[in-house]
Design a binder for this molecule. Structure first.
Ligand code: NDP
Length: 257
């Protein structure tokens, strides 16, 4: 009989989480650490780097912080080679770093458009390529992209066309890499969250927008970052050995109605 708890364990595996210092990335790091994985975090800003690293180390695994920008190919390659020096091998990559700009299409500057596409889509490709090259050498790996329900629906009432387009790109890049890298035993999946209470959404939650978001969600609330930990551990683990190219929706029912 299959030992499901053993399959779900990440003991001895090494994970790299972009944007892992706060919000959804931090919760995924803590969940994967509880499942036994060593956690490396890559983040733009290292000012408050210690907090999440210390909380992860308190769970009895190794944890390191690397400052880096996912939009810079050389930063992505550098972080992966530092991780190999520190941990020996990369087993799991979580492409979580992301930004959103709520600007009307007709008023959007090229920079506003480009910044969002650059972090959310180009960053996922560059980091996947850097980690993927190592995983190809190892003939093993699991890549988890944090897409969004915005890949499939148009959020309202706020304007965010660059974000929605970037996440549609992330979901289809997920399927494309899953196909290309299946022969190397690398699985590539995505999580598509609905509204989650983090720094990205917090300022709006008490406004009219936040009310509309919660009313449109059958569960009548936004999700907590911790509510994405279980699915991330599953996708990283051997329990999902037949799962690749999948987009897992976790949205309180938002996209079902
Ligand atoms: P937060 O704003 O709380 O955190 C974003 C993280 O990304 C920060 O740690 C930030 O680093 C990091 N980051 C931003 N740009 C870069 C970059 N260029 N290089 C490296 N790191 C970077 O956001 P969330 O936790 O809410 O979002 C995480 C992911 O989940 C995003 O991809 C988002 O699109 C997605 N998502 C979020 C939803 C939500 O409702 N919150 C819903 C659906 C998807 P720093 O701290 O240094 O600025």
């Amino acid at each position: 009989m299959t030992d499901i708890m053993k399959q779900l364990s990440l003991k001895g595996k090494n994970a790299l989480i972009t944007g892992g210092n706060r919000g959804i990335g931090r919760s995924i790091g803590l969940a994967m650490a509880q499942a036994g994985a060593n956690i490396a975090i890559m983040d733009l800003n290292s000012d408050d780097a210690g907090k999440t690293i210390d909380d992860i180390k308190a769970l009895g695994v190794k944890s390191v912080f690397y400052a880096g920008d996912v939009t810079m190919a050389e930063n992505c390659n550098q972080v992966v080679s530092e991780l190999i020096k520190d941990f020996g091998k990369i087993d799991i990559l979580v492409n979580n770093a992301g930004i959103c700009k709520n600007v009307k299409a007709e008023e959007m500057t090229w920079k506003d458009w480009y910044d969002v596409i650059n972090v959310n889509l180009n960053g996922v490709f560059l980091m996947s390529q850097a980690a993927g090259r190592e995983m190809i050498r190892n003939k093993s790996g699991s890549i988890i992209n944090i897409s969004s329900m915005s890949a499939n629906i148009v959020n309202y009432p706020q304007p965010q066309c660059s974000y929605n387009a970037s996440k549609a790109g992330v979901s289809h890049l997920t399927r494309s890499l899953a196909y290309e890298w299946v022969k190397y035993n690398i699985r590539v999946n995505a999580i598509a969250p609905g509204y989650i209470g983090t720094d990205l959404t917090r300022a709006q939650l008490s406004t009219e927008w936040g009310k509309i978001w919660q009313d449109a969600t059958p569960m009548k609330r936004v999700g907590k970052p911790e509510e994405l930990g279980g699915i991330a551990v599953y996708l990283a683990s051997d329990a999902s050995s037949f799962t690749t190219g999948s987009i897992m929706t976790v949205d309180g029912g938002y996209t079902t109605i």
